[in-house]
Write a protein of this length. Structure first.
Length: 420
């Protein structure tokens, strides 16, 4: 049974002023029984708030001290990498703070296991494959695709505890997706739509960046394109983005759409190069966010006055910028992205040119993310001012906060049921 208590939280990352929220906690929640060092008013949390580390454990407490967001949404599909990265050689990757080893069976089926031998904790990724089993490099224990130990050299009886966690994985859109939560909920139909990578009507190419910053900083950046004029003036931005910065924000139960039109303005450098525009253009930016960190951006331009705002996208260029951010740790991220275009499809030189322009812009963004993270590491939980352009960011943070609450409540309820 759950009850509503009137202790408010302000769970923003780096001082983000999210709305104060009433949380549901299990009936009989025993604050006195919290582990040593936990409190209802942690040093980095405001008075009369339940510290997030109370609800989410030691890792969360450490992150609370740094002003970051310790919480990862687990019952979602995350991109683990490009399908061509995974072969018969074990590959280690850290996702949501968990070390994972990836490899393929002899029939090419992908496998993901906890990257740790149950015996003495050596990473299994340091071992090798023997048939369809992965063998630890330390004492030779072997594990099957389910994570169960199937061989212990020198003994016939295999301890029941000799097993490691396995993760559901699915290949789609050229990516390998991994489910980090309850395996019973791992429905492949929940994988978001990135069909542009497979659609012959579009030319597309995927890329990857490793970012030394919290994943939410990347989400914030992609939802707020007013920075383009200042960070990307030589590629995808120009001063017109400052003069016409009004945005329309639509929020649904499970997503945010941010729309902005820049009418009768000079095309930015990348658009001039790609679309061969000689005059002013009508340009659109439509950002679609779905939790936890899927962002698909519909962008493009047509010559001014040709009807693009009314839906007539003729005589111009259209692109989809496709992003999937996978948290690595609390302060590092895997940034998978790609670009799709609807003109000169099939010309690899055109695709490479567009991707190179976007990569240049994204590397500029990485410098921003990592600069922010360095400050947040040194100045935990600083005050933060929001402006009008942050509307999409604020809505997305509210959705993420609600989903964090739901997962935390479900986990607490499950533990209570299991203990009965």
């Amino acid at each position: 049974m759950l009850t509503r208590i009137s202790i408010a939280l302000n769970p923003g990352y780096g001082g983000f002023a999210a709305p104060r929220t009433r949380y549901k906690l299990p009936m009989g929640f025993d604050f006195a029984a919290l582990k040593p060092g936990y409190s209802t008013s942690h040093a980095r949390c405001s008075t009369m708030r339940i510290c997030r580390c109370v609800r989410h454990g030691a890792a969360a407490r450490r992150d609370c001290e740094k002003g970051g967001s310790p919480m990862f949404l687990r019952n979602y599909w995350y991109v683990a990498g490009y399908d061509h990265e995974f072969a018969r050689e074990p590959l280690r990757r850290v996702i949501l703070g968990e070390p994972i080893v990836f490899y393929r069976l002899e029939d090419a089926t992908p496998v993901a296991l906890e990257d740790r031998c149950a015996h003495r904790h050596l990473p299994l990724s340091m071992g090798k494959l023997v048939g369809n089993a992965i063998q630890c490099a330390y004492h030779g224990l072997r594990y099957d695709k389910s994570g169960a130990c199937v061989r212990v050299p020198g003994q016939e009886l295999i301890p029941r505890s000799a097993r490691v966690k396995s993760y559901p994985v699915v290949e789609r859109y050229g990516w390998l997706w991994i489910w980090m939560g309850d395996p019973a909920l791992a429905d492949p139909e929940k994988i978001p739509d990135y069909h542009w990578f497979d659609d012959p009507q579009w030319g597309a190419k995927g890329e990857y960046l490793h970012v030394n910053a919290n994943w939410q900083l990347i989400v914030d950046n992609l939802l707020d394109l007013t920075h383009l004029a200042f960070v990307h003036g030589t590629t995808i931005g120009n001063s017109a983005l400052v003069d016409q910065a009004a945005v329309k924000v639509q929020r649904s139960e499970d997503g945010v759409t941010v729309t902005r039109w820049i009418i009768d303005a000079p095309a930015p450098p990348t658009f001039v190069k790609a679309g061969k525009f000689t005059g002013n253009v009508d340009r659109w930016q439509i950002i679609n966010f779905a939790p936890p960190a899927y962002l698909r951006l519909d962008v493009g331009a047509t010559p001014t006055g040709t009807g693009a705002p009314q839906g007539q996208r003729v005589g111009g260029i259209g692109m989809w910028n496709l992003n999937a951010i996978t948290p690595e740790t609390e302060t590092t991220s895997h940034y998978f992205w790609g670009q799709a275009h609807n003109w000169d499809v099939g010309n690899r030189n055109t695709t490479d040119m567009i991707v190179e322009q976007i990569r240049t812009a994204f590397l500029e963004d990485v410098g921003v993310f990592e600069g922010q993270q360095r400050n947040l590491d040194m100045i935990p939980n600083p005050p933060q001012t929001d402006i009008n352009a942050d509307a999409g960011v604020i809505h997305a943070r509210r959705i993420l906060d609600r989903l964090h609450q739901q997962e935390a409540t479900a986990a607490a309820t499950a533990k209570m049921v299991a203990a009965e």
